[in-house]
Design a binder for this molecule. Structure first.
Ligand code: ZN
Length: 254
């Protein structure tokens, strides 16, 4: 990447949205499953040394949650879950105005809730995770194609195999929604990602129906499932907000 030196010197800080799991405090990416050999990479240190500015790194879904909280569909909401249904399924949990990190910083990997012991093997090493059943890549793989849209198109023409794959994905997305509602009690579930924007009726229908049919009544009535507002710009907007806050030694949502 070539950046004019004057432009870089004018920056207070640089924010990077990276695939996890990672250590956001040190800016080290532990592992990027889709990039072979990308292990324990000190991204913040390497890029900071090259560009001479402070660099802050966070998980892509956490960065998206920060963007949606500051400027998008979760503005003013202290308890929400950001969910992306895309090639994979990921998320971030914000509870009482703070990002839930967990002891190793990996909390919020909501795509890896196991929902079917006999389900397909998942990239995480588990079996029947929500991601293994309902992510775009895995819906397409189950049907033997590379593009999720082909599966939805086949289902619309009545193809029984495509319908069965989508019925399972719908069930898994419903399980995700009910789990989040019953366990986290969020005011909002903000859903983005390519499958969501491509097939909003499918994703929102699966989640909303499951909540109304099978979640606890009190948290079920308290939650809204809404579309993410920032679209493809969510990482840019979230990374800028994250970097500004951390350069000032603040938590990004405080
Ligand atoms: Zn998994």
């Amino acid at each position: 990447v070539r950046v004019a030196a004057g432009t870089v010197r004018a920056l207070a800080a640089i924010g990077i949205s990276a695939p996890g799991p990672l250590d956001h405090r040190r800016g080290v990416v532990h592992e990027a499953p889709n990039i072979p050999g990308f292990r324990e990479v000190p991204l913040a240190e390497d890029i900071g040394r090259d560009l001479g500015r402070p660099v802050f790194v966070d998980r892509d879904t956490v960065v998206a949650a920060i963007g949606e909280a500051r400027y998008g569909a979760a503005r003013g909401v202290r308890d929400f879950v950001y969910v992306t249904v895309s090639t994979g399924i990921g998320g971030a949990i914000v509870t009482d105005g703070r990002i839930l990190r967990g002891t190793s910083g990996t909390a919020g990997e909501i795509g890896h809730i196991p929902v079917d012991p006999d389900g397909p093997r998942c990239g995480c090493g588990g079996n029947g995770c929500i991601e293994a059943i309902a992510s775009g890549a895995n819906i397409a793989r189950a049907y033997g194609v590379s593009d999720t849209r082909a599966v939805f198109a086949a289902a619309r023409t009545g193809d029984a195999r495509a319908r069965e794959i989508l019925r399972r994905a719908e069930r898994a997305l419903g399980d995700l929604a009910v789990t989040l509602v019953n366990v986290i009690n969020p005011a909002r579930i903000v859903v983005g990602g390519g499958v969501t924007t491509g097939e909003p009726d499918f994703v929102f229908g699966a989640m909303r129906r499951a909540i109304s049919e099978r979640a606890f009544a009190v948290p079920g009535h308290a939650v809204e499932v809404v579309e993410a507002a920032l679209g493809d710009d969510v990482s840019l907007i979230g990374a800028a907000a994250m970097a500004v806050a951390r350069a000032e030694d603040r938590e990004p949502l405080e």
